[in-house]
Design a protein around this ligand. Sequence first.
Ligand SMILES: [Zn+2]
Length: 77
Amino acid sequence: MPIYEYKCPQCDTKFEKMRPFSQSDAESPCPSCGTGGNRLVSMFASISKGTDGYSAPIGGGVPSCGSCSATSCSTCG
Ligand SMILES: [Zn+2]
């Protein structure tokens, strides 16, 4: 069973709760005041950076040789 992280909106207490995936979005009572805590969004679910359409060439160069995949070689000039 996966562990989810929750935060109490009342007292800002963070706590973890092990529960089935089907109940992951349900509120979980705060251990210190009993208020229903909201599940914190996992980090891996909100990563989306560098989506401005530009993709930098890896290794610093576009292959310029016509007949091979090297960036520069004596065969292709
Ligand atoms: Zn609380």
